[in-house]
Design a protein. Structure first.
Length: 78
């Protein structure tokens, strides 16, 4: 049975990828694919069209991901 913190962590993961994808589509008119990578133990995002990120897009995704990491850490520390 999952603990409350594990449930919150799962909810954050699910919400993050949905919100990231919607925000990226709105800002850059491109779709993302975001999934959890078991090897790196983190969410990984890449453009669905198979093309590389532009530097601006990569910086934006990194900043968004930093916010996610801060929120996740806050949940674990609570």
């Amino acid at each position: 049975m999952a603990t409350k913190i594990e449930k919150l962590h799962r909810k954050l993961n699910d919400s993050f990828s949905d919100k990231l994808n919607a925000a990226f589509l709105d800002k850059f008119s491109r779709e993302l694919t975001t999934s959890f990578n078991i090897l790196s133990m983190r969410l990984v995002s890449f453009p669905s069209d198979g093309m590389d990120f532009t530097p601006e897009q990569l910086n934006w995704v990194c900043a968004y991901s930093d916010g996610y990491s801060a929120a996740k850490n806050q949940v674990w520390e609570s």
